[in-house]
Design a protein around this ligand. Structure first.
Ligand code: ZN
Length: 332
């Protein structure tokens, strides 16, 4: 079983003005994820609503509607993958395509937080003939999806597959089949209003485990086809629980977990300081002489960290005190 439902019935809209949110951490209490299991049928199901966190991410990055749809689908996919793993798991999804968006990078964890960005957030709005936002046109259909998984071991896991359609959901489903040999169905949806606001975002991930029953898989396929679009369900005011009850109609299951989701960046001033220190004293002195200060932006959340003259001088002095090996952060 490999297919995806990835409709984006969004329409042409205006560019969202960029209003940076000062704090890098914002909790979104109304975005949730639910995980269920049908032990009789060996099926795992996850569904989530991500409307608020996708809106926040799009506002932070100033994405135009097609880029918003692409980023929203990838953020939602990342959260679904993260929720499959054990506590402490961090996953990364990197989509690289031959379209104008160039790439999408998202990182999520098993606790339900995610961050991400796209290569070119201000791409022209691309719409398909049927009026839906053209995500595969933006990302491109030629390219790669790389999945990273870090469970705290020395070597993080990495799997690479070719992009199947560039529509995100189908690419993730294809990754599971190709790279992990797990039959999966993935549905992702982002509805962008004409004013650029995301009024619904969410998705589901269904996986069958061996031994799987043919009749159960057939039933799941019928149920998923009946839903039509994830955003249609969410825009009716339904919750992730309702989405799963539609997908599992006729198949008994039990709920394992429900959690809140949020957009949260892991950057902070200490980390940025370590990046500056890693440049070395010569480079930092050059920066100081040239600009008198340093400004470092985080790609994931657009937070900007400023270091004035005295702070830079302190960093240079710290590096020089650390000795010729340099580069190692103070108090590390
Ligand atoms: Zn950040």
């Amino acid at each position: 079983m490999i297919f995806s439902i990835d409709p984006v019935p969004g329409r042409h809209g205006k560019k969202i003005p960029l209003h940076p949110v000062p704090e890098a951490c914002v909790d979104m209490m109304s975005d949730t994820l639910i995980r269920v299991l049908s032990d009789k049928a060996n099926v795992i199901g996850l569904a989530c609503r991500t409307t608020d966190l996708v809106n926040l991410a799009c506002r932070l990055h100033g994405t135009t509607p097609t880029a918003s749809a692409a980023l929203g689908r990838a953020l939602t996919g990342g959260l679904l993958l993260g929720a499959l793993g054990k506590p402490g798991l961090r996953v990364g999804l990197k989509f690289e395509g031959n379209g104008p968006l160039k790439k999408i990078l998202v990182e999520a964890d098993s606790a339900g937080t995610v961050r991400g960005f796209v290569g070119v957030p201000g791409i022209d709005v691309m719409v398909k003939d049927d009026g839906k936002l053209h995500v595969s046109g933006a990302l491109g259909t030629e390219g790669f999806l790389t999945v990273f998984k870090d469970v705290g071991l020395d070597e993080p896991y990495q799997g690479i597959v070719k992009l199947r359609t560039g529509e995100i959901a189908e690419d993730i489903a294809y990754y599971f089949v190709e790279s992990e040999q797990i039959p999966s169905a993935v549905g992702l949806g982002v509805f962008v209003e004409t004013d650029g606001l995301v009024s619904a975002a969410g998705g589901f991930l269904i996986q069958t485990l061996p031994p799987s029953e043919e009749t159960t898989i057939d039933q799941l396929i019928i149920n998923i086809r009946k839903i039509g679009s994830v955003t249609d369900v969410l825009r009716e005011g339904k919750a992730p629980e309702d989405l799963l009850s539609l997908i599992f109609e006729g198949i008994p299951y039990k709920t394992l977990e429900k959690k809140n989701l949020s957009f949260r960046c892991t950057c902070d001033r200490d980390r940025i300081e370590r990046v500056l220190i890693s440049l070395g004293s010569v480079e930092l002195t050059h920066l100081l002489e040239e600009h008198g200060e340093a400004e470092v932006g985080c790609e994931f959340c657009r937070a900007v960290y400023r270091f004035d003259r005295s702070e830079l001088e302190q960093l240079i002095s710290d590096i020089e005190c650390a000795g010729p090996s340099g580069g190692s952060p103070p108090n590390a």
